[in-house]
Design a protein around this ligand. Sequence first.
Ligand code: ADP
Ligand code: MG
Length: 587
Amino acid sequence: MPYVRAHIWAFSFGMAGLLVARVFEAMIPMYIKMGIDSLTEDKPGLDLDSTATQDALFYPAMAIILCVISQMLVTIVSRILIRRIGMYAAFDLRNRIYHHLQLQGPGFFQQYSIGDLMARAINDISLVRQVIAGSTRMTMVLIFTATVGLMFMFSLSLQLTLAVLIPMPIISIVAYKYSKKIYDQSHLVQEGFSDLSTFVQENLNGIRTVQAMAQEKEEVGRFAEVNQQFADRNLHLFETTSMLSALMPALAAAATVIIIGYGATLVSAGDITLGTFVAFFSYLGLLLWPVREVGPLVTQWQRGASGTARLFEILDHAPEISNHPAPQYPELTGRVEVQNLSYKYENKDKFALKNVNFTVEPGETIAILGRVGSGKSTLLRLFVRLLEPTSGQILLDEHPIDGFPLNTLRDQVCLVLQDPFLFADSLGDNIAYDNTDRESDEIWKSADAAALRDTIEDFPEGLKTILGERGVTLSGGQKQRTALARGLVRMSPLLILDDCFSAVDTQTEEHILSGLKRVRRNLTTMLVSHRVSTARHADRIIVLSEGEMVEMGSHKELLAKGGFYADLEKAQSNASRLLADLETPDD
Ligand code: ADP
Ligand code: MG
C-alpha cells in the first residue's frame, strides 16, 4: 500500500477509468434488447429493405459503436496509468531493498546467501509488480464487471437473477480452498528459485576452483538435482492452478443451464420479453467472466503475496549494528584505547578475544602479531564496528566508538581487509573508491607508498586500466597493494591493515613499510602480520595468542624478554636462512 499511495491520484484515476469502461460495455446489451424488442413489439419485421426496420435499428447500432469506441479509449489510458504505477512501485521497492542491504552486518550475510538475495531483489519484486499492475487492475475490472452486470440483471428480472446466484457460494468455497494451497506451493517455487540462483552464483564465483579440481561433471550433476527440485515444485503448482482454472468455468456453466431452463419458462409464461431473455445472456457473460478468471487471478495474487512476504522478511531485518545519529565529532587525533575487550562468535563456545587492554598514542605504528586464528582479524573488525564487542569497549580520543555515527567512524578509521575486494572498474577508481574526484597526484602518492607504481605503469592504460570482476587481471600481491593504496589515499587518523603483506615478498614489504612511515608520519597506524620481519619496524608490537594479549613492547624489548615473540623471531629467521641457502646452493 505505501508504494501505491505515493501515486494515489494516478491510481484512483486509472481505477475510475476502468469503472467507466465497464459501464460503456454494460450498456451494449441494453441496446441489443432495444433493437430486438422494437422489431418484435412494433412488428416491422426483419425486412432490412424497409425504412421502418432500418429506423428501428439505426439508433441502437450507432449507440453500440459509440460505446465500443469510448470503452476502448478509456481502457487504454487507464491501463497505461496503472502499469506505470506498478513500475514505479517496483522501482521504489528495489531502491529501498538495495539501500537496506547496504546497512546489514555480517550476521545477515551469513544467514542469507548472495544468490538468495539476488533472487528476492529481482524475481520477487517482479511478482509484486505484477500484482500491482496486473492483478489489482484485473480484480478491479472483474469486480466492476460483475457488479455492473448484476445491477442490470436485477433491473431486468429479480427472479432470474436470484436463480443465477445459486451456484456462487460453492464457487467461493472452492476458490478459497485452492488459494491457500497455491500460496504454499508458490512459496516453495520461489525458494527453489533462490536455491538455483545461489547455486549458480557460487559456482560461477568459484569456477576457477571447480575447473582446477576437475569438478565440472560433479557440479553439473549437483546443479541437475537443484534444477530437478525446482521443476518438480513448479509442476505441483501447475497441477493445482490448472485444476482450479478448469473447475471454475465448469461451475460457471451451471448458471448458464439455470438461465436456459428457468429463463425459457419465464418467457413462455410472458413474465419477461424475448429481448430481456437475450440481454440476460449477455449480462451472464459479464458475471461469469470473473468466475472463469478466478483461477489465474488467485494464482497471481498468491504468488505476489508470497513474494511480498519474502521481500519484507529482508526489509524487516533491522541492521545488527545500531547507528547513532549523534552530533559530528571533531577531527580525531588517532589516540586509541582498548578496554577489557572480549568477543565471542555466536556459533562458537570459545572466546575469539579475551579481555584485551592497550593504548595507542597519536602517530604511533603498532604491529599486532599472532598465529593464524589468534583473533587478530576479530580485533580489527571491532574497530569499525563490523562486529559489536561481547564486553568491553574501544575509545577513540576518549569517545566510545558506538557513540559515533557509523559513517563518521568509518570515515575516520580506515580498515583494509585481509582479502581485498576490487571492483570491475578502473585501477584508479578502485584506489580512489571513496571519492572518485581525487587528484591523480594523490593517487600516485599512495600508489608509490604501496609499491604499486611499476604495476600501474606496466599496463598501457595506466590508472585507466579496467580490472576484471573482483580484479581477476591482477595477481594476489598486486590486489593486496591496490587495496593498501586505497586505504592510504584517505589519510584517515587511524589506518588499520589486516595482513596486507601476506602475498608480497619481504623486499617489497620493507619498501612498503618505509613508504608507509613516510606518508603517515603523524598518523596512527595498526598493522597485523604473522611475520616478525614486518612487525619489527613498528614502534610497538602486541602479541596475541588464542585471543589473549600475551606480550607488548618494542622489537628490542620483546627479544630481550625471551618469550613468544623471541621464539617466533628465532623460528622465522632460521626458516628464512634455510630458504636463502636453498636459493644459493654452495658447491
Ligand atoms: P586471525 O585473524 O588471527 O587469523 P581471526 O580473528 O580471524 O584470527 O579468528 C579468531 C578465531 O575466531 C578463530 O578461531 C576463528 O575460527 C574464529 N572465527 C573467525 N571468524 C568467525 C566467524 N565468522 N564465525 C565463527 N568463528 C569465527
Ligand atoms: Mg586474520
